[in-house]
Design a binder for this molecule. Structure first.
Ligand code: NAD
Length: 281
């Protein structure tokens, strides 16, 4: 478990959800973790959890969509422990609804592209001088299956996550010669604290959603945290520019067989309630 001993990591959106589990996982592997979240209380709570478990962490209230706050986060994390080896670009949130090209506002588009893509640019600009210093630099960007498959009414999210994938590959090319690896993870549906609340109220919807997955269940934050941890260690030292899909096999299915399975499932479980056509939470 201790293959990140002495390494220093930043996890954005590290207060809860996938970022929360990732901060705890990297700390369990020995990393000192800078838990950065817009919600300073959530960051503090998660850092306290890490300390209680015997790990090393510092919490910071950071809005990563603000350039100056992102830059300061990198400098503060590096100053805290005298080095920086890992940046996990995970934070995501929005102020306005997503929509189609006919409905999204310019501000929703600009904010979405900033939090999903521009933060990755900043992680290179401010992070690389530190990341390259000890020869173990790793950036892991959290994309989504929505980066390569498209859902209705999600123009901003799909565009942003596609940009995450493109930037990951492009940056791997430019930063590889500097000794910095850049990879991305594309999660399928992960039941975080936020989603759990929804599914607990609608268990039948969740049961139906699980049928989308060949493994017949959705994922947990730990499933993603383990993958991020692997990509951040030296065990992955020859892996860069890789887009790791962690989705229980959801996106490799042939559509016609999948549609057939859902039809049979519905017939066998006539009481199943369908989730809303647009899954958006
Ligand atoms: P979440 O909502 O559970 O947690 C997101 C965290 O980010 C929160 O603690 C929030 O306070 C923080 N945050 C939001 N805006 C921020 C900002 N501007 N600056 C700093 N922190 C901010 O989300 P999650 O489901 O764990 O998602 C994490 C990442 O995984 C996102 O990039 C998301 O797109 C991606 N993802 C999630 C799923 C899923 O099913 N949960 C699937 C695919 C991809």
């Amino acid at each position: 478990m201790s293959n990140l001993q002495d390494r220093v990591a930043i996890v954005t959106g590290g207060g809860r959800g996938i970022g929360g589990a990732t901060a705890r996982r990297l700390a369990a592997a020995g990393a000192r973790v800078y838990v950065a979240d817009k919600d300073g209380a959530a960051a503090a709570e998660n850092a306290a959890r890490i300390l209680d478990a015997g790990g090393s962490a510092v919490a910071a209230a950071v809005d990563v969509s603000e350039h100056d706050q992102y830059a300061a986060m990198v400098e503060n994390a590096a100053a805290q422990w005298g080095r920086l080896d890992i940046i996990v670009n995970n934070a995501y949130g929005r102020h306005e609804p997503d929509g189609s090209a006919l409905t999204v506002t310019d501000s929703a588009f600009d904010y979405g592209l900033t939090i999903m893509a521009k933060t990755i640019l900043w992680s290179a600009r401010y992070g690389v001088p530190h990341l390259r210093a000890h020869g173990h630099g790793s950036i892991v960007n959290i994309a989504s299956v929505h980066g390569f498959l498209y859902a209705p009414g999600s123009l901003v999210y799909e565009t942003g996550k596609a940009a995450v994938i493109a930037m990951t590959k492009q940056m791997a090319i430019d930063l590889g010669p500097l000794g910095v690896r850049v990879n991305a993870i594309c999660p399928g549906h992960i039941v975080t604290e936020r989603q759990a609340e929804h599914w607990q109220k609608n268990p039948s919807h969740h049961k139906m959603l699980e049928q989308n997955y060949p493994l017949r269940h959705t994922g947990t934050p730990d499933d993603i945290a383990h993958a991020i941890n692997f990509l951040s260690t030296d065990e992955a030292r020859f892996i860069t520019g890789h887009i790791m899909v962690v989705d229980g096999g959801m996106t490799v299915q042939l559509q016609e067989n999948f549609g057939n399975h859902m039809g049979h499932f519905m017939r066998a479980h006539p009481d199943t309630q369908l989730p809303p056509q647009q899954l958006d939470f």
